[in-house]
Design a protein around this ligand. Structure first.
Ligand code: BG6
Ligand code: MG
Length: 217
């Protein structure tokens, strides 16, 4: 084993593709409020918390709401989203994700989830990979959102590994920044021209092996 001792995973866009469900629910909300919401706008919400996402969407629609109304709107969107994710199946795990997690556990690495989502528990359970994590840190256990490193620092602490010995897997620019701000190595999932501060960029976890993890040292 290398000096890397733990891998910290973002959820949405790294382990599962929930962006489509977020998109459908936000679009329904925007349409009810009288404006449209595009897939391009949805891309900008990657890694962004529910409340911040709502504020961006309201801004794009030129709509202003009170704090109480915002809470109601976020709840309405989340209820639609939860209805969709509770029907998720193990087949919705992104290619290579489960295999890589299993290989990590077999090789003795610690694993933790580091997600902005408050729905991570139900998603992991529905796709059947909860058992592959030593710790789950998500939107319910952090106060600062990415690019603040809190979610990953708490993940490192929960598995008893120093940040320098952790590798973060992230598909969002804010998440890559969070990992770097935490003093960790970061593997970007996506395009190198977008995730420019990542130490390595792959198109998905199917491209990851223990060899290229160790080579990050
Ligand atoms: C992140 C997603 O993982 O979680 C964001 O990339 C989402 O799009 C955020 O807004 C919060 O998710 P949830 O499930 O708490 O609404
Ligand atoms: Mg993500």
């Amino acid at each position: 084993m290398s000096q890397i001792q733990a891998c910290l995973f973002d959820l949405d866009g790294v382990l599962v593709d929930t962006a489509v469900y977020h998109y459908k629910a936000w679009k329904r909300l925007a349409n009810e409020l009288g404006f449209d919401f595009t897939e391009i706008q949805n891309e900008e919400l990657k890694g962004i918390s529910r409340v911040k996402s709502l504020e961006l969407i309201l801004g794009w629609g030129g709509v202003s709401k009170t704090e109480m109304e915002k809470t109601e709107l976020a709840t309405r969107k989340n209820n639609w989203y939860v209805n969709m994710i509770t029907q998720m199946q193990p087949s919705e795990i992104l290619p290579g994700a489960k295999e890589f997690l299993i290989a990590l556990k077999k090789a003795g690495y610690k694993t933790a989830l580091g997600s902005a989502s408050k729905n991570s528990g139900v998603i992991l359970e529905k796709v059947g990979i909860t058992y592959l994590f030593d710790a789950i840190i998500d939107g319910n256990s952090v106060t600062a959102s990415k690019p603040n490193p809190e979610v990953f620092l708490k993940g490192a602490e929960a598995v008893g590994v120093t940040p320098e010995a952790c590798v973060v897997f992230e598909d969002a620019i804010a998440g890559v920044e969070a990992g770097k701000a935490g003093g960790m190595k970061v593997v970007g999932i996506g395009l190198p021209e977008v995730l420019i501060n990542a130490d390595l960029v792959v198109s998905g976890l199917h491209e990851m092996t223990l060899e290229n993890l160790i080579a990050l040292n």
